[in-house]
Design a protein around this ligand. Structure first.
Ligand code: GLY
Length: 414
């Protein structure tokens, strides 16, 4: 090695050392952040388990009453899969068999849902519970239950509309229209179980339904700027779109933050399963629109257009009276988790940086509850459905689920 080479090696080392030190510090901070959040989540969930007692099929935690008391639901609501799913995540984060035992118990009570066809949320109900169970402990019985659940969900698919029907026929909640075949953007999330069913059975029919539903959603739920409509109502005979609007957002033409979150997460997942670039494009455009509308702490308003000129809530909507600009931590948690994945498919867009900042924001005292408060939920300040005067500025079980999933994705990220 000549003098010139030695000099250049020396210079390279000189430059690299501070970078290596910075990188090591960052890794240490990351490990400490994850450890502290796991310690909190396990302690808080221990308290939740004590307050719930044994699973009965009727006591899945959901939110709180106005006086702060815990609200639980039966299994036929859309949210019973999230608590068992969170217990699986705690097992994944700790490796402690105690969490596996409780996760198994809380998952097992949902088995009767495998034949349920009353609404579209079977993906949330069964894939967050049994899907996580089978991912961590692959098992023929779990696969049988998930396949039967996928059959039940598929029974709601129509070749006319090329979508899975979200809700059964109903009058719009403010009586403005009849909803013959309502499909909501949330429905994208239920497709993950269908992709999985095709993988474990070798039968492509579930995959085909998921792709057709995604294509119809791509066509009918997005506006030009890639903001989303919450509800699209189809004609059952012609299969045509009758109207596009909202049920849980501020107004028909507004962007409901959690709806946008479901779109980002959903299309990221569909891209993972299909590798079709049009879904990645949709996920990126929906994510960029979402990021453009965020306040400094990266937790969105429950609807991006609350109180803005040109956005009018329906006459029966509580949003007409209540225009306080509340945040929705549940949307933030869903997007945070989604961005960790989307970053892997779009590495030129700083999505990991955004996701890490969102996770820190959610884990700060502004959104993460103090131990033993918040009826033992992890996160505060979500909005279930403001127009229906329901779950306003409350904890929500699915905010906690996606927060824990984001924590796992952060832990696994490079
Ligand atoms: N899937 C119902 C909701 O997001 O509120």
């Amino acid at each position: 090695m000549n003098l010139k080479n030695i000099k250049s090696l020396f210079l390279t080392l000189l430059l690299a050392i501070p970078l290596m030190v910075a990188c090591q510090n960052e890794q240490k901070e990351k490990a400490a952040f994850i450890k502290e959040n796991i310690a909190f989540a396990t302690a808080q969930t221990d308290k939740m388990l004590q307050s719930l007692g044994e699973p009965t099929g009727k006591n899945y935690p959901r939110t709180t009453k106005n006086n702060g008391d815990l609200v639980v639901t039966g299994m036929y609501d859309w949210t019973p899969g999230f608590f068992p799913g969170s217990l699986w995540f705690l097992y994944e984060l700790t490796g402690d068999a105690k969490w596996k035992d409780v996760a198994e118990k809380w998952t097992a009570t949902l088995e009767p849902l495998k034949t349920f066809t009353g609404h579209h949320d079977l993906g949330f109900m069964m894939y967050c519970s049994y899907g996580n169970a089978d991912r961590l402990f692959p098992n023929a019985e779990y696969k049988k239950i998930l396949t039967e659940s996928a059959n039940s969900l598929s029974s709601r698919f129509s070749e006319k509309t090329n979508t899975i029907k979200s809700w059964n026929y109903r009058k719009a909640w403010d009586d403005s229209t009849e909803m013959f075949y309502p499909v909501i953007i949330d429905n994208m999330m239920n497709l993950e179980m269908l992709f999985y069913a095709s993988k474990i059975t070798g039968d492509k029919k579930y995959y085909d339904i998921a792709v057709k539903h995604s294509d119809s959603t791509l066509k009918n739920h997005f506006r030009e700027d890639f903001s989303t409509y919450h509800v699209v109502n189809y004609d059952t005979i012609s299969g045509k779109v009758l109207n596009q609007g909202t049920s849980q957002g501020f107004s028909d033409n507004s962007t409901w933050a959690r709806g946008q979150a479901w779109a980002i997460y959903g299309f990221t997942m569909v891209y993972r399963e299909t590798k079709d670039a049009k879904y990645l494009d949709a996920a990126i455009k929906a994510a960029d629109l979402y990021l453009k509308n965020l306040p400094d702490d990266l937790v969105p308003l429950w609807d991006f257009n609350v109180g803005e000129a040109g956005y009018t809530p329906g006459w029966k909507s509580y949003a007409a009276k209540y225009q306080e600009k509340l945040r929705d931590a549940s949307a933030a948690a869903i997007v945070c988790s989604a961005l960790f994945e989307l970053a892997g498919y779009a590495d030129n867009r700083n999505y990991t940086d955004y996701a890490v900042k969102m996770l820190h924001s959610l884990a700060s005292p502004a959104y993460r509850a103090a131990l033993g408060t918040n009826a033992d939920f992890l996160l505060m300040h979500s909005v279930g459905s403001l127009p229906h005067k329901s779950e306003i500025d409350k904890p929500l079980v699915y905010a906690d689920y996606y927060f824990l999933e984001a924590l796992i994705r952060y832990k696994n990220s490079k």
